[in-house]
Ligand binder design. Structure first.
Ligand SMILES: NC(=O)c1ccc[n+]([C@@H]2O[C@H](COP(=O)([O-])OP(=O)(O)OC[C@H]3O[C@@H](n4cnc5c(N)ncnc54)[C@H](O)[C@@H]3O)[C@@H](O)[C@H]2O)c1
Length: 313
């Protein structure tokens, strides 16, 4: 199978590239290396993918890459992922997350791709979950609290439109807060990388707000399995990809302290704008339609993640 992974030099994308190469796909990575790293592709499997250094907002370069490589399956993960930057520079966020998605959708349908999978976000499209019956399923209203969630929601809308207009099979996976080896502190589950870094270097982790804010933390290996399962099925539409379990920042810190064998003694800082108080997402639909559910217990995933940070530092 010919696969194309945009954002394949990034955290989640590079794990997906490893898995696709491992199963024998011919993989093209499209990435401008703005937050992604070439080293993420320097694994024995990652090296077998072809990296094309292109910005997804460059329509002509994207069209040319698709014409040359003719991918059958497109995994679109390249994005502006920084929630705070989306608040300070919403137009940039829009151009990358919506404009970039449209460029890939256009290229995918004109070159006859048979499937398009978009990385969306269950942590940011729904908005505030406090006061709602958690975990939320896909029928919940989407009221993003930051431009990042809004641009991802708009990108989902275009993917779905290309299904109706052109018959392109488009699937949006609304990921929970993804953590694991290679993760960057800027991402939605950046707190895991930050806490691991602080605890492993005997620094003091900082908690914004009261620490009782919750997220649905999902291991990157489980997310890769969701992309593979959705890609191999005939499923289209929108799917949550999470555990359904809420974990507070303080509980997360305690767990990471446990696996790092360090006491978790954070300093408290003021809460930050644009961040929700509570969220967790229900993935029953993914289980029913393509047989996926999360398999990695949080403490096990954190142990693997902390070990990878300890080796890297
Ligand atoms: N990490 C999470 O918790 C999380 C949660 C929900 C959704 N997502 C989504 O998953 C995807 C991957 O996120 P990640 O955490 O791996 O982040 P990441 O920053 O590691 O990966 C994003 C990749 O896209 C590339 N990129 C950014 N702008 C680009 C552009 N204009 N042109 C080409 N490449 C560009 C970056 O260089 C990077 O390699 C994103 O779409 C993100 O919105 C992530």
């Amino acid at each position: 199978m010919k696969a194309l992974v945009s954002g394949g030099a990034g955290f989640i994308g590079s794990h997906l590239v490893d898995a696709l190469v491992e199963r024998g796909d011919q993989v093209t990575v499209v990435d401008d290396l703005s937050t992604g790293r070439r080293e993420n592709l320097e694994t024995p499997t990652g090296r077998r993918a072809e990296l094309v250094e292109v910005d997804v907002t460059d329509a002509a370069a994207i069209a040319d890459t698709f014409e040359r490589r003719g991918p059958e399956l497109v995994f679109h993960l390249a994005a502006q992922i920084d929630v705070r930057r989306s608040v300070t520079d919403p137009v940039f966020d829009l151009n990358v997350n919506v404009g970039g998605t449209l460029n890939l959708l256009e290229a995918a349908r004109t070159t006859g791709a048979r499937g398009f999978l978009l990385a969306s976000t269950g942590g940011a499209v729904y908005g505030e979950g406090a006061g709602l019956a958690l975990p939320l399923d896909e029928s919940a209203a989407c009221r993003p609290d930051a431009p990042y969630g809004q641009s991802k929601f708009a990108a989902e809308g275009y993917a779905s439109l290309f299904g109706r207009l052109y018959g392109l099979r488009a699937t949006a996976l609304r990921l929970g807060n993804v953590y694991g080896p290679r993760q960057d502190p800027l991402g939605e589950a950046g707190v895991v990388a930050i806490f691991c870094g602080a605890l492993l270097t005997d620094g003091t982790p900082r908690v914004f707000g009261d620490g009782h804010q919750t997220r649905d933390y999902i291991y990157v290996g489980d997310v890769v399995e969701a992309f593979l399962a959705a890609g191999a099925s005939e499923a289209s539409g929108t799917y949550n990809v999470g555990t359904g379990v809420e974990t507070s920042v303080l509980e997360l810190g305690e767990l990471i302290g446990g696996v790092c064998e360090r006491p978790f003694e954070p300093e408290l800082a003021p809460a930050r704008a644009g961040e929700v108080q509570r969220i967790a997402i229900d993935s029953s639909r993914a289980a029913a339609d393509f047989g996926w559910s999360a398999r990695t217990a949080l403490v096990d995933g954190l142990r693997t993640t902390a070990a990878s940070f300890a080796t890297a530092s």
